[in-house]
Write a protein that binds this ligand. Structure first.
Ligand code: GTR
Length: 424
């Protein structure tokens, strides 16, 4: 080989290496790390240092939970209600005989009125013992997650969306299967997991109106509805997940000790809050949950408290508005929310282009929550640096960042299933 050819070869190699390095620098620059300091995890408000999980459970955990209730999501009322269940439909040869399909009405009755939720379940037939279950809300109705013609069309309030073809807040047959891409039911069943889902608007319509949904039912009739604003919709959706759990405990077809709650975006926020409040959920997954979900507020990257309160004034406690442009005054941040899930397995998923949800902030929350996992002898996230795209971490806290946008993809599901298999 002549000297000239060798020189050209090295020149080309250098150019390629430079291009790769430059790309990495640009990518890291997109996710910069601002200056901020976050509330202490293992020091109580009165300054006591927490050293054991017993101390954590006795003092710091309840203190953090109470702060999230009063300052962020609001307190779920302890109102009296009665729950009843009715199996509306049960098909033992669903999905080409690979699953049982069940549709179950869960009715909440209070002195004021009653409300019915429709739970859809697919349970794999291939395994002999009751399987673990992925439980999560859907955005547009149970019938949108499958082409299965037997699934009932949602009758409750749904979001208007031109891309989904939902108008006037009603769902129709035309939207059947439109959300298939987010729900790989066959793959989940094949992996030996059941799926349980419900439309989130069944519990509380996603609008700034506290005179409907579970807010209306659980209010004291003597109170004005405004008083009810002390708990926002994220808290009412979390409440709904716990009622679904009440049902699952009664259903012998699934293993209620292995209920994995998950959610995408606003439903990821609700899943995290439900997981913090209700320790019967044994694994929690947040997908692109961002602001008010896994991301640290104090980074002020992407969506901020002010943005979310302006766009979705009904999601949080009324008091949360006082932290608009005032993050440093908030006595909590979202690493404390994640710490409430310890020692149960927790998985946080981000997407590279989803800068509005602040992927790095979602990751760092998990990193800063890790000392609580360690109190229990569990392994969390050990490095402050984001793992490379497409290289998931499966410790007791799991994490991945994938290519692409704000969405719930087949790639995300593959990791959730792998993570669940590892921990169950
Ligand atoms: C975004 C919103 C996020 C997230 C998301 C969703 O526009 O700013 O907080 O909740 O919507 O749920 O789709």
């Amino acid at each position: 080989m002549s000297l000239r050819v060798v020189a050209v070869f090295f020149l080309v190699l250098n150019t390629i290496t430079f291009a790769i390095k430059a790309q990495t620098i640009i990518k890291n620059a997109k996710i910069k790390e601002p200056d901020y300091s976050i509330p202490q995890l293992l020091t109580t408000q009165s300054g006591v240092q927490i050293k054991t999980f017993k101390e954590w459970e006795a003092t710091r955990r309840p203190e953090i939970l109470a702060l999230f209730e009063s300052e962020v999501y609001g307190t779920q009322p302890k109102g009296i209600y009665n729950l009843s269940y009715k199996i509306l439909e049960n098909d033992t040869v669903a999905l080409q005989n690979s699953a049982i399909r069940k549709q179950c009405a869960i009715k909440v009755t209070t002195a004021r009125d009653s409300l019915q939720f429709n739970l859809l379940m697919y349970i794999p037939k291939s395994i002999s013992q009751p399987p673990p279950v992925f439980l999560g809300y859907n955005f547009y109705g149970n019938h949108t997650i499958t082409n299965d013609p037997a699934v009932y069309v949602s009758k409750s309030w749904v979001m208007n969306s031109s891309s989904m073809g939902t108008n006037h807040n009603t769902a129709t047959e035309a939207t059947r299967g439109k959300r298939l891409h987010r729900w790989p039911i066959e793959a989940i069943i094949k992996a030996g997991f059941a799926v349980a889902t419900m439309h989130y608007g069944d519990v509380d319509p996603d609008k700034n109106d506290f005179s409907d949904g579970i807010h209306r039912l659980l209010s004291n009739s003597k109170q004005k509805f405004e008083n009810n604003k002390s708990w926002g919709n994220i808290a009412s959706w979390a409440w709904g997940l716990s009622r679904l759990m009440d049902y699952l405990v009664e259903d012998i077809a699934i293993d209620a000790k292995k209920v994995i709650i998950f959610g995408h975006s606003r439903l990821g926020k609700a899943a995290l809050w439900a997981g913090a409040l209700d320790q019967r959920f044994s694994m929690i997954i947040s997908n692109d949950s961002g602001c008010g979900g896994a991301a640290l507020f104090r980074r002020k990257e992407g969506e901020t408290i002010k943005d979310i309160n302006a766009n979705f004034p009904h999601w949080f406690a009324a008091k949360f508005k006082k932290y608009d442009d005032n993050e440093d005054k908030l006595p909590v941040d979202q690493h404390l929310l994640l710490s409430l899930i310890a020692p149960r397995p927790l998985y946080i998923a981000s997407a590279e282009n989803d800068l509005w949800a602040d992927p790095k902030g979602e990751y760092l929350s998990a990193y800063y929550a890790t000392p609580v996992y360690e109190l229990y002898g569990k392994e969390g996230i050990l490095s402050k640096n984001l793992p490379p795209t497409g290289q998931p971490i499966y410790q007791d806290i799991g994490y991945h960042i994938r290519e692409g946008d704000h969405n719930l993809t087949a790639y995300d599901w593959l990791q959730f299933i792998a993570f669940a298999k590892k921990h169950f």
